[in-house]
Each structure stands twice: as C-alpha cells, then as structure tokens.
Ligand binder design. Structure first.
Ligand code: ISL
Length: 551
C-alpha cells in the first residue's frame, strides 16, 4: 500500500500505447517496440509522465495480444527482450515511467499451462483452468455467455469436459482458486517489476474470482453478465494477497480495468486503507450509449451526472479520467464533433475536460491529435473478433445494415487504426502494408502538421499538461458541477479557485455564471479561440473551453 504522503501517480498524466498501431520500425506493417523507442521524444515533448503499454507479450494474436502465450517473452512481431530493455531505458532516461498490461484472468489456449491442462483430467496443470462436466442433459455446464459471442464454455473432446472462457475460446480463464495459479502470477509480476517497470494496468481483474458453484445467469444478468462475472466472493482477498506478496515491495501504480464494476464497488477497490488497487478504469461514462453491441442515444446532462457519480471515489480513493482507449471509439467521434470543420475545436474541448477533471488523466494514442473514428463501410473491414463474434450472435434477428450502423460508431477498431504521424504514405506509420487501414484523414489530421501550429490539438494538450502541473486546484481540488441541467454547457468548480466551462456544441452560448460564483478572469484557454466574460456572463463560441479564476 502506498504510504507516501502523495503518491507520484496522483499528479501524473498517463498515455496509453497500443503497440500494434503506434509505430512500425521494420516495414512489416505492424507497430513494434523499436518504433515506440523512436517516438519517445514526441511523448516527452507532449509532457506525459507515464506510458501504459498494451500487451507486448508473446501471443498468437487471437485478441491482438490479450491472449498471452508466454508472459516472459516479447511478441515476435514487436521485437525482442533487448528491444523492450532499450524502450524501458529510453523511457526512464526521459524522466517518464512505464506500466504494462497484466492480463491474468485468462491466458492463450496456446500457453504451456493450458496445453498441459487439457491433456488429461489428472494432469498436474488441470486445475490451472476451470473445467466442468457437461450439464446433466448434455451441453455447457451453465448459461454463461462469452463477450466475443456464443457460450462461455468450449467442449474438449480429449477429456470430455468443458472449459470456461469469458472471452474467446482461445482465451481460457485461469482458476484463481488454485494457489499455484496465484503464485505463478505473483512470480511473473516480480519478473517485470525487477526489470524496472513501474506497475500494471490489470485486464478485467474483477473477473478473477468466480461465483461459487457457477450458478446460471438469471433475468437481467443475461443482458449484462459482466456485473456477475465481476462480483465474485474472493476478489478483495486475491487483490490484498497480490499487494502483500508483491506490490508492497515496490513503488508501483496499479490500475484495475473495472469492466462490470459499479461505482460503489469501485470505491472499495481503490480505498487506499484496504490496500488493493490505486485506481480503476470505470466504464459508466464511456459505455453510457452502448447496450451490448447496440448504440443508443446519450445526453449531456446524463453524461455530466455520470461524471459526478464517478467523482465520488470515497475518502481514501482515487480515479482515472479517460474518454477513450483501445476498446472504445475515438472520443472526438464518440462525444464530440468529428466534422472536419469542427474536429480540432471539439478535440481541444474534450482534452480540456480530461485534463481538468479530478483524478489521473489517461490520454489514448492519437487523442492528443483529435484522431477520429474510421469510415467503415462493410463488416469485412473490421479486424476485431468482438465484431465478428457479436454478429454471429445476432445475425439471425438483426439486419446487417442495423448491426453495421452501431459497430461503425462503437467498434474497438475505430481506436486501433494506425497513428497518424504525417500526411505521407500510410500516415507515416509504416513503409509496408499496414495491418489495419490508415484513416484517410491522415492527409490533413496528423502530428507533423499539428506540431507546427500553436493552435493545434497537440499544442493545446502539451500546454495544458504543463499548466496543470502548477494548479493545486486541478491536481487535487474538489469537483462540483455548477450547472448539471444545461443541455450544452458543462461547467464545474475545481477546488476554491478555478471554474472550467466547456461548450459541447456548435452554437455560441452566452452562459450566465451561477449566483455566488465571482469570476475574476481567464486562467487558461486553448490558443486560437476567444472567450468573452462580461457582466457575469461567459460567451463561448462553438466547441470551445476555458478555465476561469473565481473568488
Ligand atoms: O466490453 C467489452 C466486452 O465486449 C470489451 O470492450 C472489452 O472486452 C472489455 O472492456 C474488457 O477489455 C479487456 O479484456 C479483453 C480484451 O479484448 C480487451 O482489449 C481488454 O481491454 C479480453 O482480454
């Protein structure tokens, strides 16, 4: 448990890298570790403090690295362990830190443990995974469903039993009830911590404890099984053991991916008095317009209410602040306006939100540029097994056009198209054929262009990351929404001295400052926009933002 007066990660800005799509150094069309190393000065200049690296481990890539075959080996497409060591050294030399992705709810079915486990019912590794006999009448042991389509059970002929997998059949769930499994995980964590990594983002970590007896899902549980999968009886015990056995012996940041966790449950997970996780990645905001695969409408008042709910992370808790990652659409397309005439302004407004909310900001690669969703037109353009798997589940009752309309907006591949470094071939990402098509708007939406402009999204992120460091009200000040019902303005106090005002629309809004708040002046605004403050009214042009000093 971090006992220092103020852990370093509370003041940090985290930048997530999805290595497959960040930078390709050898022309095979797939991003790699040397490519990241070559771009570290870009990240240092942006001012981020911590890099979260999505899985870099050996994997058959059924789920793009979230199916690990060897936890102590670098994926061949990404390079070698020497490349990892060079990347880590480069990160440290620039005063930054690295957290890596701990994917231990499941492994790849090609992991040696599973290869042994499936050999026989009495194999020493059998209980590393979750095997059950068929149901009495035949078929899967219960009605659990997998997030990538179909049942969460696959029958293994060799031993006549089913094995559990919350995700793909190539991602069998580990049996955390087995102390040998927990000891293996502790060992692999020490392996990377001893190399110098600074912590872990923990993939679907709430799923590691399964409900006793694995009872069927009932009623509403079937629509959103993640809330059952994340509600096992021994989760807190396993996390406390991990902290006691491993994490307390290092100065780390731990971020739990809290898919299926309610805000109330999250407060327990991040309560520093309990010594489990430092913060969680919560899905209430980013999935507010998703009912499974289906996209539904959202409103700004509801968006604001969810931010307020998540802000309550308890007296000893802390939170992450994010609006996109490799599993969610691009934030400017999702919650902003990606029309070419508005995309930069809108992305700057969203960046202001992420960088002025209470908690540790997480920027996803390309979000600092305002990268947008990809213009998908056909299902066969998607790489993601989640898109294909969910289509198999619904194709008998949903038209392809209806399904495509939703996945165009929400699919994970929107965030996985290659980084847009320049207007050159393949956006400067690779000299080869990119594994996933580059967004055509790289021709004008790219880092090279934005690095040359003081009014770019990149410049705004860099400037605001630097400015917020000296703003105690932003680093730790209380959060209070001051106009929760306004349909277009998002305005909130931070601490005693700052008021953030965001215009979430194209129309200029003359926003009357609520009574009792005395605006003293403009503290920060993105370059290239005007903010007019007069007679207690703040006039914000479309998709602009401002941080005001208040007394
Ligand atoms: O909501 C989801 C399930 O349909 C996905 O966005 C995602 O699977 C979920 O948020 C859990 O994500 C994590 O675990 C998955 C992996 O595919 C994701 O990339 C990872 O972030 C399985 O490891």
């Amino acid at each position: 448990m971090n006992t220092s007066p103020r852990p370093w990660w509370k003041d940090a800005v985290v930048y997530q890298i999805y290595p497959r799509s960040f930078m390709d150094s050898d022309g095979d069309g797939i991003g790699d570790l040397p490519g990241i190393t070559a771009r570290l000065d870009y990240l240092r200049d942006l001012g981020v403090d911590v890099i979260w690296l999505s899985p870099h481990f050996d994997s058959p890539n059924a789920d793009n690295g979230y199916d690990i075959r060897d936890y102590r080996k670098v994926m061949a497409e990404f390079g070698t362990m020497a490349d990892f060591d060079r990347l880590l050294a480069g990160i440290k030399a620039r005063g930054m830190r690295l957290i890596i992705d701990l994917v231990v709810n499941h492994t790849s079915d090609e992991h040696a443990w599973f290869q042994e486990s499936r050999k026989s019912r009495d194999n020493p590794w059998r209980d590393y995974y979750i095997w059950r006999d068929p149901a009495p009448g035949g078929g899967p042991p219960n009605n659990y469903t997998a997030f990538f389509g179909g049942p969460a059970w696959t029958f293994d002929e060799a031993t006549g039993q089913y094995y559990l997998h919350y995700f793909a059949a190539k991602q069998p769930d580990l049996n955390w009830e087995n102390p040998k499994v927990r000891a293996e995980v502790h060992d692999l964590m020490r392996f990377w911590l001893d190399k110098g990594v600074d912590g872990f983002r923990m993939d679907v970590i709430p799923f590691i404890s399964k409900r006793a007896g694995l009872p069927d899902l009932v009623g509403e549980e079937r629509r959103a099984p993640q809330f059952v999968y994340a509600d096992g009886p021994r989760l807190h015990e396993f996390l406390a053991e991990m902290r006691r056995e491993v994490l307390d012996h290092y100065d780390t940041l731990t971020v739990g991916e809290a898919f299926g966790v309610t805000p109330a449950q999250a407060r327990d997970l991040v309560d520093s008095q309990r010594g489990e996780l430092d913060m969680v990645i919560n899905f209430d905001v980013v999935r507010m317009d998703a009912q499974g695969w289906r996209k539904v409408a959202w409103t700004l008042p509801r968006f604001k209410a969810l931010w307020a709910e998540l802000d309550d992370c308890g007296p000893f808790g802390w939170k992450s602040v994010f609006l996109s990652n490799h599993d969610n659409p691009r934030s400017v397309s999702h919650f902003g306006d990606d029309d070419p005439a508005w995309v930069e302004r809108s992305a700057k407004t969203i960046a202001t939100l992420i960088l002025t909310q209470r908690g540790t900001p997480f920027l996803y690669q390309g979000e600092e540029l305002g990268m947008t969703n990809f213009p998908f037109e056909r299902l066969d353009q998607f790489d993601d097994l989640e898109v294909a798997g969910r289509w198999r589940d619904v194709a008998h009752r949903v038209s392809e056009a209806e399904y495509l309309e939703s996945v165009r907006a929400l699919a994970r591949d929107n965030a996985r198209t290659p980084m847009q470094w320049s207007s050159g071939p393949n956006g400067g990402f690779t000299t080869g054929r990119p594994w996933l098509a580059v967004n055509p708007n790289a021709a004008w939406l790219n880092a090279q262009d934005q690095a040359a402009r003081a009014d770019s999204v990149l410049a705004h992120c860099r400037d605001l990351i630097a400015w917020r460091r000296a703003q105690p009200d932003l680093l730790d000040g209380a959060y209070r929404d001051v106009d929760p019902d306004h349909a277009q303005i998002f305005a909130y106090r931070r601490g005693e001295g700052l008021l953030v005002v965001l215009n979430f629309g194209r129309e200029t809004v003359r926003w009357p400052v609520p009574a009792g708040i005395a605006v003293r002046g403009l503290a920060y605004a993105p370059k290239g926009q005007t903010v007019v403050i007069e007679n207690g009214v703040v006039a914000l042009e479309g998709w602009t933002s401002a941080v005001l000093t208040v007394g």
